[in-house]
Design a protein around this ligand. Structure first.
Ligand SMILES: NC(=O)c1ccc[n+]([C@@H]2O[C@H](COP(=O)([O-])OP(=O)(O)OC[C@H]3O[C@@H](n4cnc5c(N)ncnc54)[C@H](OP(=O)(O)O)[C@@H]3O)[C@@H](O)[C@H]2O)c1
Length: 303
């Protein structure tokens, strides 16, 4: 079974490719798009790792051409413009990549009969709910990024798998764990907001769950996050504690106190109930503290 991963050079993309049994070559990025004849990996999956340089999803001709040549059975579409604040200043770019890009991937996948798995976000919700969101709650994104990613959801055909996830952290990207470890190594207090609630999710755990959903071609929306929830303040305290720093250095602040204010509004509560996974009998992801412990071990105390 050939699986093509878009955005394969990203934080999640790299762990997805690894979970599928492949690797993203360093340097010579175009070689990452491996064509027919690439060796089958032992799992029986033939992974095509398409990073941004190899395949820009906002280039319709390129997307149609690549899928026509490669004929994957499954496309895991993880490529996106993920700079949430920058999206506010350039909505056309956000929609071109995140919404139209997904339209192109969906069109190309349909032409070759490939199953589509689209990776979406907790930021499709407005955060006003006082309980975790289930898959059947109504999206109402606050930010351009959230609207553009929801646009991508609307481009997915009924049989596609839509995976909404949140607060991603992994070994290969810029994320809150790395930021916290960097700040902890310097002097001074660390101030993090205590009024945004979410579920930190570790890309290695998420990638494994996506492989299950993708290879089983399960249709519909799935919330897939590590179990448990916290605030950014609580999360950074846990990072410092696990890395052997003093968690007492972390001070809680309100989002309204951030200076300068962040351009993109964030939902106050974006905890996702993984209801569809549970109801489908698929094992839940481990607690976020478990994933964090593993990631801090990999990154070391001064990542
Ligand atoms: N990070 C989070 O907290 C979070 C939360 C919920 C959902 N998600 C979703 O999860 C997925 C993976 O996110 P991530 O954290 O791994 O982000 P990431 O590290 O930024 O990965 C996204 C990848 O997409 C690539 N990309 C950007 N524009 C593209 C284009 N036009 N065509 C093809 N690829 C393009 C980027 O390449 P360049 O960097 O070279 O441009 C990057 O390698 C995304 O769909 C994101 O929306 C992320």
């Amino acid at each position: 079974m050939r699986v093509l991963v878009t955005g394969a050079g990203g934080q999640l993309g790299r762990d997805l490719v690894a979970a599928l049994g492949g690797s993203v070559p360093e340097g010579g990025r175009r070689r990452a798009l491996r064509g027919p004849g690439a060796p089958l990996v032992p799992s029986g999956l033939d992974v095509v790792a398409a990073d941004h340089a190899a395949l820009a999803v906002d280039d319709r001709t390129a997307v149609l051409g690549a899928l026509d040549a490669l004929r994957p059975a499954v496309v895991v579409h993880a490529g996106a413009w993920t700079d949430v604040d920058a999206c506010e200043a350039d909505p056309d770019r956000a929609f071109r990549v995140n919404a139209m890009g997904t339209r192109h991937v969906a069109e190309a996948a349909a032409r070759v009969g490939a199953h589509l798995v689209y990776v979406s976000t907790d930021y499709v919700f407005d955060g006003t709910s006082h309980r975790p969101y289930v898959e059947w709650d109504h999206p109402n994104p606050l930010s351009v990024y959230g609207r553009s990613k929801y646009g991508g959801e609307l481009e997915c055909p009924p049989g596609a798998t839509v995976v909404r996830t949140s607060w991603l952290c992994g070994a290969h990207g810029a994320n809150m764990v790395r930021t916290a470890l960097r700040l902890a190594a310097a002097r001074g207090p660390l101030r993090f907001v205590d009024d945004q609630h979410g579920s930190p999710t570790f890309t290695a755990d998420l990638a494994a769950a996506i492989v299950t959903l993708a290879t089983d071609r399960l249709p519909g929306v799935f919330h897939v996050t590590n179990a448990g929830a916290t605030t950014w303040f609580g999360f950074v305290r846990a990072v410092l504690e696990l890395a052997g720093h003093d968690p007492g250095r972390v001070e809680p602040i309100a989002t309204a106190e951030l200076r300068p204010p962040r351009p993109a509004p964030r939902p106050a509560n974006s905890v996702l109930d993984n209801a569809a996974l549970r109801l489908a009998g698929i094992p839940p992801l481990p607690d976020w503290r478990d994933g964090l412990e593993r990631l801090v071990r990999v990154l070391g105390p001064r990542a």
